[in-house]
Design a protein around this ligand. Structure first.
Ligand SMILES: [Zn+2]
Ligand SMILES: [Zn+2]
Length: 359
C-alpha cells in the first residue's frame, strides 16, 4: 500500500527526503535541509553458511518503494519510485509495472553511493571515448542520460582454504640428435626438446577469502562487478538502514543463496587450483590432484552501489557499469569490425611498402 511506504520526512518542511551521493547525507529536494545518517557498522553479521542455507524464511526488509518494474526479457525486478520505458539491466522495452508484493530478504549491510550521477556520466563518457575499436556512432547512440544509479543485491562469502596437492613435475630438456637428410643425401644434426619427468611432489596451500562477492541478480553476472574494481565491503560497509535507499532504484535479489554459493565455491576452487599449480616446480606437470577443504564458511547479503547503462547495439544488449564509490567504469565494448579490418589492411600495406623499399 502506498500509505505504508517507508519514508523519512524533512524536519523543516515535511517533504520526503532522499539520500544524496554528493554529501552522503539525506537531503530535502524541497528546501535543501540536510540530515546525517548515523554511521553504524553494528549488527553486520556474518552468518554461518550451513545455517543460512537451511533458513527457508529469512527476515524481510521494508523498501522505500512501492512499485516494482519487471523485465520480461531478462527477468530483473527493480523497485523504483517512477516508471520508465526500459529495463536498467538489459535495455529491453518489455517491462511491466506492478505494486511491490513481497519484500526482499533483509540485507546485513549496504555500501552507500558516494559518486553522483554527473560524475558517473563523465566517467562513462571518458571510458567510451577510450575504446579503440568502438563504432564511431556509439557515442551518439548511447543515451548517457539513461545511466541509472541502482543498489545491487550481492552475496558475500568468507572461507578458510586448506588444500593438499600432488603432481609429477616435468622439466624441459634439449638434446642434439643426428639424422639422415634424404634431400641432400647427408647426415645432419638438429636440436629436439623433450620433457624429463621428476619424482612426485606434493604440498599444502592455505588461504582466506574475505567477502568474496557473488551478484545476487541473475541478469548481471559477477564479472561486471570485477570489471570496475574492488568494493570495500570489509571496511566501508554500513549496517543496513533503508534511509540509504531513499530516492534510488533497488534491484530485488533473484539468485537464491544455494545458487550463489555454487558460483562462489567454483570461484574458490578455480583460484585455489591455480595457486597450487603455480607451486608445482618445473616447467610443466602431469597427474595433478587436489584435495580442497573449506572451513569457517560464512555469508551475508549486502547492497552495492552501481550506475548502469544497458544499451542495444545491432540488436545485442551491452552493459556498462560505473562503480558507485570510485567512479571506475567498465563493461561490454562493441567492436567495429570495419575499423579492425582497416587497421589490418594498413599494417599489411605498410609492410608491403617496407618490403618494396628494402628490397
Ligand atoms: Zn525540507
Ligand atoms: Zn531486462
Amino acid at each position: 500500500m502506498v500509505e505504508e511506504i517507508y519514508t523519512i520526512r524533512c524536519k523543516s518542511c515535511g517533504s520526503s527526503v532522499r539520500y544524496e551521493a554528493k554529501q552522503q547525507k539525506l537531503k530535502c529536494p524541497h528546501c535543501g535541509s540536510e540530515e546525517e545518517i548515523p554511521f553504524s557498522q553494528q549488527g553486520i553479521e556474518e552468518i554461518d553458511l550451513e545455517k543460512a542455507l537451511q533458513l527457508a524464511q529469512q527476515e524481510r526488509t521494508e523498501l522505500p518503494a512501492h512499485k516494482v518494474l519487471t523485465c520480461r526479457t531478462c527477468g530483473a525486478q527493480i523497485a523504483c519510485k517512477e516508471a520508465r520505458a526500459t529495463c536498467d539491466f538489459c535495455g529491453s522495452e518489455a517491462v511491466s509495472e506492478a505494486a511491490l508484493q513481497s519484500q526482499p530478504i533483509r540485507p546485513q549491510g549496504v555500501l552507500p553511493f558516494a559518486v553522483t550521477a554527473e560524475q558517473a556520466r563523465q566517467s562513462f563518457q571518458t571510458w567510451l571515448r577510450s575504446l579503440w575499436f568502438a563504432p564511431s556512432d556509439l557515442l551518439k547512440r548511447t543515451r548517457v542520460e539513461d545511466l541509472r544509479g541502482v543498489y545491487l543485491p550481492t552475496w558475500t562469502f568468507d572461507a578458510r582454504v586448506w588444500a593438499q596437492w600432488s603432481a609429477i613435475p616435468g622439466y624441459y630438456r634439449t638434446r642434439t640428435e643426428t639424422y639422415f637428410d634424404s634431400e641432400t643425401n647427408s647426415h645432419k644434426t638438429r636440436t629436439v626438446t623433450y620433457v624429463e619427468w621428476g619424482p612426485p611432489v606434493s604440498g599444502i596451500h592455505q588461504d582466506f577469502f574475505d567477502d568474496l562477492l557473488v551478484s545476487g541478480l541473475t541478469t548481471l553476472p559477477t564479472r561486471y562487478l570485477e570489471e570496475v574494481g574492488e568494493f570495500a565491503t570489509t571496511s566501508d560497509l554500513r549496517a543496513y538502514e533503508p534511509a540509504y535507499f531513499l530516492g534510488w532504484d533497488i534491484a530485488l535479489p533473484d539468485k537464491e543463496l544455494p545458487q550463489a554459493w555454487k558460483e562462489g565455491y567454483k570461484h574458490i576452487h578455480r583460484q585455489t587450483e591455480a595457486a597450487c599449480k603455480r607451486a608445482v616446480p618445473g616447467d610443466t606437470h602431469r597427474d595433478f590432484h587436489m584435495n580442497l577443504h573449506l572451513s569457517g564458511l560464512t555469508t551475508k547479503l549486502v547492497y552495492l552501489p552501481i550506475y548502469i547503462l544497458a544499451y542495444r547495439y545491432g540488436d545485442k544488449p551491452y552493459r556498462v557499469v560505473v562503480h558507485g564509490r570510485t567512479g571506475v567504469a567498465g563493461g561490454d565494448r562493441p567492436i567495429s569490425w570495419i575499423k579492425v579490418l582497416l587497421l589490418v589492411l594498413a599494417i599489411a600495406g605498410g609492410l608491403g611498402l617496407l618490403y618494396y623499399i628494402l628490397r
